[in-house]
Design a protein around this ligand. Structure first.
Ligand SMILES: Cc1cc2nc3c(=O)[nH]c(=O)nc-3n(C[C@H](O)[C@H](O)[C@H](O)COP(=O)(O)O)c2cc1C
Ligand SMILES: [Mn+2]
Length: 482
């Protein structure tokens, strides 16, 4: 049963012992995030702050901050089962004969249920504020000491591609500037920024309409961070994840639709050409992102529930809540990646690599230099283009075991021969690249080298004891307590 909304998810977290309600007064200025940081680092529960200082709206944080919470959010026993569901669709063959076609009907019907559905109203329309509202009425957190102000950190930002008319949803943070305006931190490679550039180039309008939904059912919230191809609707993917259509309502003042079950929706526009200093912000790299120029979001209307819950997150030195969201993406997208790269056995993006700094891939190598081909493909694959370091190992290395990867990779490489540098676009948050968005990447081919790759020396086996010897000494070991 798909969650109706955020509060249905909060109830389940509570029932499962994965939620803590905090009735004590806690300050949205640094204190809530200090507690949330400690909670995620100690594998603690999601937190519902019922009494944020100077505010009447509760703050929900860390809802996705753990493997079990992610499973509850997506209603699965293991996120691997989502990958299996995707693989099932990808493997769907042309049906043979009438029986084959009939057998496919339930699957096709299920697919039909993923598409978002437009409804005429919903809880998010309980209160409509067209004037007299202020963003300061919401308990928006200042996360880290050097942050430029309070930031909305988990917003679903809705916009439309002016050419195709297709919807995009991305999670882009919003720095509160004043009662009615915020920063719009869509990074240059993201779809919101692309929509903005296209409208600016068209020069037909002065404004780009934007709507921001805060707090929704967990699958819908999670879908905002998915690295989907441009023009693939995040709301369709959310429908797939929850096996139920996302219900959308029309906004009051802009030509966009938002989830009817949202807690809070900000409607407004970005003025084309208007930029303002955004940041600094304690970012998910674990460092502060420095100040930079970004568009400004002007809020013209707020719609919300009577008693909304403000959903947010904190990013910072890993692991944080976004690590668990990213790990889920890694698991869910593996079968999709395998469509293009069938040699890939598994992949791992360790927490310390902040998604894009390190990707370890194991491959079943069938021809010379295949590891290099895989690196090139990753650097050309959507947001995987940001991957700063790629390590490719053979299929028999468990990439989820970082000690095994380090041991085998370091033994296997002749650095001058096996390390490849390329230039390419880098994540806008990278503080080390020579220019913003312009830098280099490194690929390490840590697979066994073949004669066909010019390696003519014999390649040694990994040391392993004989199974029968291990069995034979088991008794002695037990006696010795070893
Ligand atoms: C908590 C959190 C905050 C994020 N903040 C931003 C942000 O401020 N700007 C940005 O461009 N991407 C941000 N992202 C990443 C995007 O949401 C992600 O790259 C997404 O796939 C973009 O969608 P798009 O391809 O539709 O643009 C954030 C992700 C998470 C999990
Ligand atoms: Mn998108």
């Amino acid at each position: 049963m798909a969650y109706a909304d955020l509060r249905a998810f909060i109830n389940v977290l509570e029932k499962e012992g994965e939620l803590k309600r905090i009735t004590a007064e806690v300050d949205p200025h640094l204190e809530i995030t200090a507690i949330a940081d400690r909670a995620v680092k100690s594998n603690g529960p999601a937190l519902l702050f019922e009494n944020p200082k100077n505010h009447s709206i509760p703050v929900f944080i860390n809802g996705f901050a753990g493997t079990r919470k992610m499973e509850l959010a997506l209603e699965v026993d293991s996120v691997e089962s989502i990958a299996a569901r995707i693989a099932e669709y990808l493997e769907m063959k042309t049906p043979q004969g009438l029986m084959g076609k009939l057998k496919m009907l339930p699957k096709l019907a299920e697919m039909g249920s993923f598409f978002p559905r437009e409804v005429t109203s919903g809880p998010v329309k309980e209160v409509i504020k067209k004037d007299g509202f202020s963003l300061y009425d919401y308990p928006v957190l200042k996360c880290w000491p050097q942050d430029g102000g309070p930031f909305i950190t988990l917003p679903l930002v809705f916009s439309k591609n002016p050419i195709t008319g297709k919807r995009n949803v991305g999670v882009y943070r919003l720095q509160i500037y004043d009662e009615r305006s915020t920063g719009m931190h869509w990074q240059t490679h993201k779809q919101g920024a692309e929509h903005y550039r296209r409208r600016l180039a068209e020069g037909k309008e002065e404004r780009m309409e934007v709507a921001v939904a805060i707090g929704s059912d967990p699958a819908t919230m999670f879908s905002g961070i998915l690295p989907l191809p441009p023009d693939l609707d995040e709301m369709l993917f959310a429908g797939f994840l929850r096996s139920k259509p996302v219900e959308l309502v029309k906004c009051e003042t802009v030509d966009l639709e938002v989830p009817a079950n949202a807690e809070i929706v900000l409607e407004g526009y970005v003025k084309l050409g208007e930029l303002r200093t955004e940041g600094p912000f304690g970012d998910h790299t674990g460092f502060y992102s420095l100040e930079d120029e970004f568009p400004v979001f002007h809020v013209t209307c707020i719609t919300q529930r009577k008693n909304p819950i403000y959903a947010t997150t904190i990013v910072g030195p890993p692991p944080m809540e976004d690590y668990y969201m990213g790990k889920t993406i890694e698991r869910v997208f593996l079968p999709l990646m395998r469509l293009q790269l069938p040699e890939v056995v598994d992949m791992c993006m360790p927490a310390e690599g902040i998604f894009h700094n390190l990707m370890i891939l194991s491959i079943r190598k069938s021809y010379p230099l295949q590891a290099r081909k895989v690196m090139s493909a990753i650097w050309g694959l959507g947001q995987a283009m940001f991957t700063k370091c790629i390590v490719v190992v053979d299929h028999d290395v468990n990439v989820q075991d970082l000690r095994e990867v380090a041991w085998k990779a370091l033994n296997n490489i002749d650095p001058e021969r096996d390390i490849q540098f390329v230039l390419g676009p880098v994540d806008q948050l990278d503080h080390s690249s020579r220019l913003p968005n312009y830098g280099s990447k490194m690929g390490i081919d840590a697979t066994r080298k073949w004669p066909g790759e010019g390696f003519t020396r014999p390649w040694p086996d990994v040391i392993q004891m004989d199974e029968d010897v291990k069995k034979r000494v088991e008794g002695i070991c037990k006696q010795l307590g070893i």
